[in-house]
Design a protein around this ligand. Sequence first.
Ligand code: PLP
Length: 385
Amino acid sequence: MTATTTRHLVESAVTMPRSGIRVVMDLAWRTGDDVIGLHVGEPSFPTPGHVVNAACDALAAGHTRYVPNAGIGPLREALAHKVVSRNGFGPTAADDVIVSAGGMQGLWLALAATIQAGDEVLLPDPGWPNFAMAVQLLQGRPVGYHLSPEDDFLPDVDRMEKLVTDRTRVLIINTPSNPLGAVLSPAALEQLLAFAARHDLWVISDECYDALTFDRPHVSPATLDPDGRVLSCFSFSKTYAMTGLRVGYVVAPPGLGAVLAKMQEPLLACVNAPAQFAALAAVTGPQDDVEEMRRTYRARRDVACELLDRRGVRYLRPEGAFYLWIDVSDRTDDVATFAQRAVTQRRVAVAPGTAFGGAGEGFVRVSLATATEDLLTGLDRLLAT
Ligand code: PLP
């Protein structure tokens, strides 16, 4: 007798591609300690001491229990204040701030509230792979809008018009950008918001690197949004070098906070309580560490760009975040294999551009969040003929 079963895994989960960055990461771990890692966006700084102490103090004080779905009150208040004073939008009510488990879970929350099966989401290509992965898991359809060297990697709204269908619901914007390090100007953002208004789209704005710009200030899309269509997603991970504590937050347009808050119940109930106290110390405490990290990343950007200029290598000069987008199309027409061979043969790990979408062929992403000496030696190894 043959057994039959109606049990099956959801196709979107099975077919979701693995992050191409993780593939290189696993290979680098297996290959050995002499591999210089320029592939991950992990700050090279320790978490500031007062932030670590706040988490320890919270544990010692017994903050080891459930807290509200949307986050602890003092943190939501502090974030509402931060958004007004540092991002320039609002006034934001604490009710519209939802604490998430890292920026990623905030993005998931924003997507889960705005799309249903079959809906299409416009997202940057090249762009952070998790955008497309999340859309796919939510049964939506990721549609990449190309950012190409010919347009200085800026979104071309005329070309984006052709991607819109009657199922398009959301536009994802990411500034400063991973992997490009590009920072969108107010003019570019205004065009994108006008585009979103023409097609009545939600805008999910990923501002995980909002504190890390080098040449001009970050502009939050919500400052240019008269319609309440922008859901702004932020993270503590990079700004305060606390990736493993997993705290981020969503600032929702007025009135949406309650919906997002109740969605947290089945998703995670609440974000880890001691980590929220650490985040509170981070956002309300001294910001010197943030400034120090920003200056260091900028200095690394400058020395790395000098090296690339000396070698005649083409790249996009990053204005924010901590990544260099390097053109290796004269060395390979298959960057995924190029990146794997770089690990095993040249002992340097970089992220292949195709990990960020089809438009990434011919490019690799190098992280500046690595000690300067390693960064320069790693680039030397990568570019040696
Ligand atoms: N958004 C972008 C563009 C990122 O690069 C990252 C992390 O690499 C995140 C969001 C989320 O980071 P986390 O979930 O650690 O806050």
